[in-house]
Design a protein around this ligand. Structure first.
Ligand code: FAD
Length: 417
């Protein structure tokens, strides 16, 4: 079958790879000059099924108000009258009940765990490398209240059979020796030993090369403008470089998927939640993190990527704005210096922002649409790197009309019906 994948972020490229492996003739259309140059470029690097949680959780509305007034705020809402922004915020708040949180988290963990296993298989079959590490991740708590609040998450982890360890301060330091000088700031941690880390940009570029070797055609610098419909099917794809035709189309435009599909009458509840990162060269290995540390106070992830430290986080509700305000960089620099002072050269930090394609319930949208040959693989929000391989495989199975290896209940658009 001839399949066109729209977008060469980590989601589009993994999808294209699995589709080509299963024998399809695949073309990928991407407006940038190469793979992973938008949200998949400099994320925090965590492959973290254990932390797969929706942001919409009980207690979040109250916490959000507090966060808005913090000096190094994890949440920023730029004033706007945009109805789409407020519709998404309200839909997200509706998901903050205990029951919805449990359902949403369970869906996310199911896909994320499967995805990590697919990544391990893919690594061994391709020999791909991307500054990867399999040393777990550590959620760090600075207050007893934070530590006590993990009871619900632990329940879901135990129920889903995800291994975890609750650590005291001394054990946090033993898994992350660079924390020794700040042991007094730590109350405890939650360690997910099966989580991994790695550079999503390097991975996506390496996988694109493997996909090309399987026959995938990547067309870069092409702006996709419209999907032409005939008889409830996508007939052709109109682009800045002319018309492309295909038997099946996969929309993997991340935060831009709703814009493309709106003229087809498809309401896709994905909002671009902006985040920031800095990438810092390591100057003192002994003080650097070993893997990922998720600082619960600032909601910032600090990850070791080869000879660099990636510090990423913050959620800014600002539509498609891509400014880089120095004050956000200062927050990231503060976070890494507060825990790993002297490990990196912050003066050489590369500052970046990306638009997370967030659904209000946290689970991505993976599956068929109301159009016979149009599929979506989008809306992976905070965990697109974590969920990429699993989502690509699930979607390939659905297109091939083969039963996916995990239940797909709650993955497609019908959950919003
Ligand atoms: C600060 C930050 C930290 C993060 N940390 C993590 C983490 O630690 N772990 C994790 O799992 N996830 C993390 N994420 C989330 C993860 O990066 C995203 O979920 C993921 O990159 C989304 O991938 P995507 O392929 O859907 O989107 P993208 O990478 O944005 O890809 C979509 C592609 O579509 C193309 N496109 C869009 N419109 C058009 C058009 N009209 N024509 C042609 N091409 C078009 C774009 O150019 C883009 O390349 C983080 C995100 C941010 C912002």
């Amino acid at each position: 079958m001839k399949i066109t994948v729209l977008g060469a972020g980590v989601i589009g490229v993994t999808t294209a790879y699995y589709l080509a492996k299963s024998g399809h003739e695949v073309t990928v259309l991407e407006r940038q000059s190469g793979p992973a140059l938008e949200t998949s470029y400099a994320n925090a690097g965590e492959i973290s099924p254990g932390y797969a949680s929706p942001w919409a959780a009980p207690g979040i509305p109250q916490k959000a108000i507090k966060w808005l007034f913090m000096k190094h705020a994890p949440l920023i809402i730029r004033p706007t009258f945009d109805p789409a922004t407020w519709a998404w915020v309200i839909a997200m708040l509706r998901n903050c009940t205990s029951a919805r949180y449990a359902t949403n988290k369970s869906r996310m963990v199911r896909l994320a765990e499967y995805s990590r296993d697919c990544l391990i298989d893919l690594r061994s079959e391709t020999g791909i490398s991307y500054d990867e590490r399999s040393k777990g991740t550590l959620q760090l708590f600075r207050t007893q209240k934070q530590l006590d609040a993990i009871a619900k998450d632990i329940e879901v982890l135990a129920k889903d059979g995800v291994p975890f360890e609750v650590l005291d301060a001394a054990r946090c330091v033993s898994v992350e020796p660079g924390l020794a000088p700040v042991r007094h700031k730590i109350v405890g941690g939650l360690r997910l030993p099966n989580d991994e880390t790695g550079d999503c940009y390097k991975f996506t570029n390496e996988l694109a090369k493997r996909a090309e070797a399987l026959g995938v055609r990547f067309v870069y610098g092409v702006d996709v403008q419209k999907l032409n419909i005939d008889n409830n099917r996508v007939d052709t794809v109109l682009t800045s470089q002319g018309i492309f035709s295909a038997d099946t189309v996969v929309a993997a435009f991340g935060s831009f998927t709703p814009t493309l599909l709106k003229p087809l009458g498809l309401k896709i509840p994905i909002y671009p939640v902006k985040g920031y990162s800095i990438t810092v060269p390591i100057i003192d290995e002994s003080r650097a993190p070993v893997s990922t540390i998720m600082d619960e106070t600032f909601k910032i992830a600090i990850t070791r990527l080869g000879d660099r430290i990636r510090v990423g986080g913050m959620a800014e509700i600002a539509r498609y704005n891509r400014d880089l305000p120095p004050v956000r960089k200062a927050t990231l620099v503060h976070s890494v210096e507060d825990l790993f002072a002297g490990a990196g050269d912050e003066r050489s930090a590369q500052f970046w922002c990306g638009l997370r394609p967030m659904t209000p319930d946290g689970t991505p949208i993976v599956g068929k649409t109301a159009y016979d040959n149009l599929f979506i693989n989008s809306g992976h929000g905070t965990l697109g790197w974590t969920m990429a391989c699993g989502s690509g495989r699930v979607l390939t199975d659905l297109i091939n009309r083969v039963s996916p290896q995990i239940p797909t209940e709650g993955f497609d658009l019908t959950r919003y019906a």
